[in-house]
Design a protein around this ligand. Structure first.
Ligand SMILES: [Zn+2]
Length: 472
């Protein structure tokens, strides 16, 4: 009698009460009783073969005396602030066999399995329209009959767990100082477009009980230069000088044979008065030691950087978004290109548990629309996503932001289909462009569990954290 607990006990003595009474419980398609509701994560049965029953869709089971009216049954969702979000009026019920333990004079009816979905595409699909409801994490699902509340369930993460928040810093870059932002045409437009993107991605991640927060901002491209010590060589120093000169200001360090690029970068930063932040890069496949970056803020005019150390070249990169952002290939995936590093270093907030989301006008080659930098041993480029305008222009259905955040939350650089496991419905499938209900928009319980392990409150870098107390 696992499917009917409290309701059966309540009703055992109610069959002859004066007012007809209804007891209601909710259960999923496996018959497991639920005191909470979760967002849908599977491709529904109506649209094809399902390997497993839908664990998230909920039937309401109504147990009553035969004369109890069950007319005008209504399912309503409320958003996280308690405002009505969606409704199914005149919800039909069908007669069903009562579970064990229900008094024989009572009758049982049940509603269709209701799916809670985050967007209109799923909500309005003709095959699913009558049993789908828009819903929001932190909201509620309420069943009423003739204006009387029968049951209300909180909308939670998987297994009834409270939601977690990922805090994003969404930065929309202008191509030039004072120029048009990468998306939206104007500053207000850019904020609006990115708020919509965030809401869409938040809807996708609600499947895992994750809410995305952040206020989009429009920013100028950073003014400064990335100085990469040991760039391209990946070798320790062999002895020489590295100098930086700007106007009359000059900083110079003698390098020592065997010294690491990081050590040289630190000493150079000291010589510059300590104002330049230093970052160690992850060693790329071709390097013996890791290179190191210094970010020099301010105008680059007349600045020169020179190295006389034969094994310690120094490269200077300035970010130029006008010609597209040069992006990483397989070999430099964790190192990032100097241009990407210039972008990430310039806006570094020294907090790997916030996720930076950069929106740039475009990548250098047009086939790339998004990329992510994930927490990896030795990498100082963590928890960041870069999208270009075409990833946003593709609209809510490309899920580029959700997908790239998936790499960060799951700490997973690859895709399931890289290993021959084709999961075209999975958010983490490589073919993010399929715009239909069959497209990559779903997160499995295994994905959610992995996100919790890799990025949850107990992870090394807790990107997903309990909501701030003062919220709302
Ligand atoms: Zn990907």
């Amino acid at each position: 009698m696992k499917a009917l607990g409290v309701a059966a006990l309540l009703l055992a003595g109610l069959a002859h009460a004066e007012t007809p009474r209804i007891a209601v419980t909710a259960a999923n398609e496996r018959g497991v009783e639920r005191a909470f509701a979760t967002l849908s994560r599977t491709l529904p049965q109506e649209l094809g073969e399902l390997p497993d029953p839908d664990d998230d869709a909920l039937h309401f089971l109504l147990v009553s005396s035969p004369d109890a009216t069950q007319e005008s049954l209504e399912a309503l969702t409320l958003d996280a602030r308690g405002r009505p979000l969606d409704v199914q009026v005149n919800l039909r019920t069908e007669a069903t066999t009562c579970p064990e333990g229900v008094a024989p004079e009572l009758v049982c009816r049940r509603t269709p399995a209701l799916r809670l979905v985050a967007d209109e595409l799923e909500r309005r699909h003709p095959a699913l329209e009558r049993r789908s409801l828009r819903a929001e994490l932190g909201g509620r699902l309420r069943l009423s009959s003739a204006g009387r509340r029968l049951l209300e369930l909180p909308i939670t993460g998987p297994h009834g767990k409270p939601s977690l928040q990922a805090r994003l810093r969404v930065l929309v870059l202008r191509a030039h100082p004072g120029g048009a932002p990468a998306v939206g045409g104007s500053e207000a437009g850019a904020r609006q477009v990115m708020e919509r993107e965030l809401a869409t991605a938040s809807g996708v991640w609600a499947q895992c009980g994750v809410e995305l927060t952040g206020t989009p901002m429009v920013v100028d491209p950073p003014r400064g230069q990335l100085v990469a010590v040991g760039c391209g060589a990946g070798l320790p120093a062999s002895g020489g000088t590295v100098s930086v000169a700007q106007g009359a200001k000059r900083a110079q360090v003698q390098t020592r044979p065997g010294e690491s690029p990081l050590s040289v970068a630190w000493r150079l930063a000291d010589a510059l008065g300590g104002a330049a932040p230093v970052f160690e890069n992850q060693r790329s496949a071709a390097e013996a030691v890791a290179s190191a970056d210094l970010w020099l803020r301010g105008a680059a005019s007349s600045r020169t950087v020179v190295s006389t150390d034969p094994s310690l070249p120094v490269c200077v990169t300035e970010l130029n978004l006008g010609d597209g952002l040069s992006h990483f290939g397989d070999g430099d995936a964790f190192v990032g290109t100097p241009e990407e590093r210039a972008l990430l270093r310039a806006f570094d907030d020294a907090d790997p548990s916030t996720v930076e989301v950069f929106v740039v006008p475009r990548f250098e080659r047009s086939e790339r629309i998004g990329e992510s930098f994930i927490v990896a041993p030795g990498s100082s480029l963590t928890s960041a996503v870069v999208l270009d305008r075409s990833a946003i222009a593709a609209g809510a259905r490309s899920f580029a932001l959700s997908h790239e955040l998936g790499h960060v939350f799951l700490a997973m650089p690859g895709h399931p289909d890289d290993f021959g496991v084709d999961q075209s419905w999975s958010l983490m499938d490589a073919d993010v462009a399929e715009p239909s209900i069959f497209g990559p928009r779903r997160l499995s319980l295994a994905d959610c569990a992995r996100a919790l392990t890799e990025a949850g409150p107990n992870a090394l870098v807790p990107v997903l954290r309990p909501p701030a107390k003062a919220a709302r």
